[in-house]
Design a protein around this ligand. Structure first.
Ligand code: SAM
Length: 255
């Protein structure tokens, strides 16, 4: 039997506890027919995270949480699978599936080890899911295995610069000071009752993605729209208008 890594178990407990605070966001996002992304709700028309032709395509969301991204994929005709490490998050996802009368497969498990054969999917996506909470060396290799040649992986996570400036106390916003070294960042554990995150420099992402068989198509520094607000206290709109707070990677498995 393969053992489950310590951070997967710790993050499972963390997200089972957090799930109650993500119900409202799940409900709001499920009710949207037009996607918006990240902590600033940037419209899909600005970021183009979803590929154009999804009808009939096999898609997987790695760390789907309440599965609203999966719902957007399913409504565009994709055959979707969502995998998540938290049974409590999936419980909300299943209720929202019933309420919206939208069916797709939801799996409880670790996105580093997905029970599907090689080359099962055309598109893989993660919005603050496995791309933040799973070990990049493992989940990127797994995404490469799961995708067909030419298949795309798109993910959105915290910008690296924000992670260097973020206060250890997440209720305090980042300032213009670098609080930790850029070199050697990987597994990140914030003080208190938090989960275990993974952050990589752009150089490390590029090296990892390329050595896993991906070509890099785009890297977007996300900027908050005109009317942006967020309920996350660790960064202000002013900061995010000056420096990148979120980043979107778009990569394609080599043919
Ligand atoms: C912030 S939510 C992402 C979902 C949604 N896009 C959102 O922003 O609310 C993070 C999710 O990643 C899941 N997660 C963390 N580690 C994971 C892993 N190793 N495999 C699958 N899911 C994981 C958590 O259980 C949680 O539901």
């Amino acid at each position: 039997m393969t053992s489950v890594p310590d951070y997967v178990l710790q993050n499972r407990a963390h997200w089972d506890k957090q799930a109650v605070d993500y119900v409202a966001s799940g409900e709001r996002h499920w009710a949207q027919s037009t996607p918006s992304w990240g902590i600033w709700n940037v419209p899909e028309s600005d970021l183009h995270i979803l590929p154009n032709a999804l009808a009939g395509k096999d898609a997987i969301e790695l760390g789907c949480g309440t599965a609203y991204v999966s719902s957007w994929l399913a409504r565009r005709g994709a055959k979707v699978v969502g995998i998540d490490n938290s049974e409590q998050q999936l419980e909300t996802a299943r209720r929202l599936q019933r309420e919206h009368k939208l069916e797709f497969r939801l799996l409880h498990g670790n996105a580093e080890s997905v029970p599907y054969p090689d080359a099962s999917f055309d598109f893989a996506i993660s919005e603050y899911g496995a791309c933040l909470w799973a070990d990049p060396k493992k989940w990127v290799a797994e995404a490469a295995r799961l995708l067909r040649p030419g298949g795309r992986l798109h993910f959105l996570t915290n910008a690296f610069l924000l992670m260097l400036c973020a206060d250890e106390d997440e209720t305090k916003p980042a300032t213009d000071r670098l609080l930790r070294p850029a070199f050697g960042v990987y597994r990140t554990e914030w003080p208190g009752d938090s989960g275990i995150e993974f952050h990589l420099s752009h150089a490390d992402w590029i090296r990892l993605l390329r050595s896993s068989g991906f070509e890099i198509e785009d890297l977007i520094d996300v900027r908050p729209p005109e009317d942006a607000t967020t309920h996350y206290p660790f960064v202000t709109v002013d900061w995010a208008r000056t420096w990148p707070s979120e980043e979107v990677w778009k990569v394609r498995k080599q043919i």
